[in-house]
Design a protein around this ligand. Sequence first.
Ligand code: NBG
Length: 837
Amino acid sequence: MATPMKSMETPTELYDDERTALTKEAFKRAFLDNLLYVQGKFPALASQNDYYQALAYAVRDRLLQRWISTAAAYTKQGSRTVAYFSAEFLMGPHLGNNLINLGIYEQVREAISELGLDFDTLLRQEDEPGLGNGGLGRLAACFIDSMATLEIPSLGYGIRYEFGIFHQEIVDGWQTERTDKWLRFGNPWEILRPEWAVEVKLGGHTEQYRDEQERLRIRWVPGKVVVGVPYDTPILGFRNNTANTLRLWKAEAPESFDFSTFNRGDYGGAVRQKVWSETLSKVLYPNDEQIQGKTLRLEQQYFFVSASLQDMMRIMRVQKLPLERFHEKFAVQLNDTHPAIAVAELMRLLVDDHVMPWEQAWDITCKTFAYTNHTLLPEALECWPLELFKSVLPRHLDLIYEINVRFLDEVRIRFYGDEARLARLSLIDEHGERYVRMAHLACVGSHTINGVAELHSELLKQDVLRDFYELWPHKFGNKTNGVTPRRWMALSNPRLSDLISEAIGDSWLKNLDELQKLEPFAQDAAFRQRWREIKLANKVDFAAFVKERNGINIDPASLFDVQVKRIHEYKRQHLNILHVIALYHRLRSDPNADFQPRTFIFGGKAAPAYHMAKLIIKLINSVADVVDRDPAVKDRLKVVFLQNFNVSNGQRVYPAAELSEQISTAGKEASGTGNMKFSMNGALTIGTMDGANIEIRQEVGAENFFLFGLTAEQVAQTKGRGYRPLEHMTAELQEVISLINSGFFSRGDVQMFRALTDGLLWHDPYLVFADFESYSECQLQVSQAYRDVDHWTRMSILNSARSGKFSSDRTIREYCADIWRAPSVPVRLLSQEDVKV
Ligand code: NBG
C-alpha cells in the first residue's frame, strides 16, 4: 500500500518532552515502552495486536495535549456548543485517521518499519467500532470530523454498544451473522470518566406530592434505575489544534450487587438486576429503515438521551450558567427520531426537577432542538404503542399529552373546524391501536426541520410532513449530506490524493471546492495517463484483496462496477443482478458477441430478519458461483460478493471503483452518501434521479453521468395508475426470470428464488421491471463509453474535480449558519507551563 499524503506531512508543535516528542527516536522509545508497560510484553512474545495497541497508545499520548487545550479554550470562552444526538456513530478505525489529522502519518510509518514491523499489518489489527447500521451512522461520524476541522465546539452523544453491527459471513451463499466483539482486546481510543456517571430512571409510576413550599409537584417513582457511565473518545480536527469529544454511554447497575437481596439469600435475584442493567447498552439493533418496536430499543433511546441532557446540565453548573440559558449554551441536533424523546425529557428535567414554569421550559426546549429526517419509508417512522411507552416512560407520556393538548389548541385556531387535520397532526395516532408518533414529537419540539438532499426535503414537505409544513413553513429547510474527504480521500486513496496535491497544492483537503482547479488537467494527456495508472494500481490492490478474501481472480483490466450499501429492495440490488443475468444470457446465446469485460462487485448487510434481502444476497452469490465456473464467459464476466462490507472495506473499494451503482427507485433514497465517496474518487455514476444523485449530476454535468429510469414524479404516477409489472415484461427479462425459476442458479431447486421472482411478477413495489429496460440500455452506453479510454478518463477527472459540494465541511457550515448559530473557537495549544500541577 502507498502511504497517504506524503506532501501533507507538516507536523505542528506538540509537547516536546521525552515522552511525547515527535522525533522518530522519541516515538520509537514511546512505542517500545508501551509494549512493555501497557501491554506487558516484550518483542519475542508480542502479537501483532500487542504492537497495534502499543502504537495506538503512543499516538493517543500525542493527541491528549490537543484535547486538554481544547477543553481549556471552550471552558474559558463559555462558547456555544453543538450536541449531536445520535443512536449511531459508525466511526471506522481511528488509528490511520488520527495520524492523517495529526500530520504524522509518514513519520510514524517510517518509525515502525525501522523497528522491523509492517505498518499496514498493524493498522489492520484495529477492530473498527461499527456502532451504526449504514448511512445515518456514518453521516454522524463525518459530521463530528467536520465540526472538529471547522473548530466548532461540539459533543457527539450516543451509546457505547458492547456489540456493534454484526459481522457478516457468507456460508453457502447465505448471510450468517456473528456478534461483533470489537472490545475484546480493549479500546485504546476511549477514556472512561466514572466521575461523570449519571442515574437514569425507567418504568414505575408517577405520583403527586407537595414540596416544602407547599407546591404541588409530580414525582416519578421508577421501577428500576440504571447508571450511565461516559466513555470519551477524542475527535481530532484536520491540521488544527481542536480535539472535540465523542461521549458514549455504557449502562451499568447502580451497585454491583443488590446487597439486601443478596443477604436474603437471593443471589440470583441480585445478579439479575446487574445483568439487566448492562443489557441496555449491550447491542446495536441491526435494522436500518425498519423500526423494531421493542421495549429495549425505547429504553436504549431514553437512556442515552437522559444521560446526555443531564451531562449538559452538569456542564452548565460547572460553567456557572443558569438553566434559563440552556438554549444559548447548547444547540441539540436530533439525528432522526431515535433521540426524539429528548423533547419530553428536557421538559421533565426543567419542569419537574428544576421547578420551571411550563411556558418558559417549553420556550427553552423549542429553541434548543432541531430535527433531521433521514427517510421517507413509512416502515421506518417510529411509533410506540401507548401501553409499551407508558410502561417504560410513564411520566413522559403525561408530558407528551400536555404538549399535545397545547399544540392542538394552536392548530384548532389556525385551521378552524378541520378535525381531520387535528387527527393527522396529533402526537398520538388514534386509528386502532394507539401510538406515540416520534416524528411529530420531534417536529413540535424543534425550531428547524431538515431533509438530507434537495429532493428529499421537497418530498418531506409534500408528503410525510406535509401538515407540519403547512403549519410552520418557516421551520423547513434542506441540508444536503456530505462526507469527509480526509477519510474518504486522503486516508483511503493516497495515490490519487498525492497526484491531486502535486497538481493543485494541498489546501483542497480543507476546502474541497478547490478541486475545481483540476478541471484544466482533464485536457492534459500526461495527467490523464497518471490518473489512469493510479486507478489501475488501486484496482490491482483491490483484486489482491478479493483473491485473499473470496479466493477468486478478478481482472484489473475489466470495468469495476460496484454496488456497496445496505441490502434493501428499495436500493434494488436485484435490478443489478437481473441485469447481470441478462448479460450472462447474451454471452451464452452469442459467444462471439462484442463484450466489454466487467467485474460486478456487490457488498452490504441485510437486516437479520429481512428475508427478501437475504434471498437477494443468496441470488447474487449463486450467480457469482455459476459465472465463475462457466468457462464460456471466463475473462468477460465476473461477480463478486464482498463479505462484511464496513468502513474498512469501504476504504478499499471506493478508490478502485470505476462505475458507481446508485439505482434506487426514485423518491426512496433520502440522499445516499456512498454516491459521493465514489464520485470524489473518480468513479462515474449510473443512477436514477434520486436523493443526492440529482445534485451530483447537476455538479458534474449531465454528460458525465449515466442517467436512467423513472423520476419520482413518474414513479408516483405509475403507482397511481395501478402498476402492473407484467406490462413491462420484455423478451430478455422473460429469459432472465425463467432461468432463475428453472433452478439454473440453485442446483435444480426451482423453489429457492420463487419468493423473489413471484414478488417481482405480481407486486414489484419498487418498480424493478418498469426500469429494467432503461437500465439495460444505459449499461450499454456505459460499456461503449468505457472503450474510449481518454474520454472516460476525462469524465472521471471531472467527477472528482466537481465534487467539492459533497464535503461534509460544506454541510456543517450550512448547519452552523442556518440552524445552530455556533461560531468557531480556534484552539491555542497549551504549553507545559500552562498545565503544571
Ligand atoms: C439514511 C438514508 C440515506 C441517507 C442517510 C444519511 C436511514 C434511516 N436513512 O439515503 O437512507 O444518506 O440516512 O442521511 O438510515
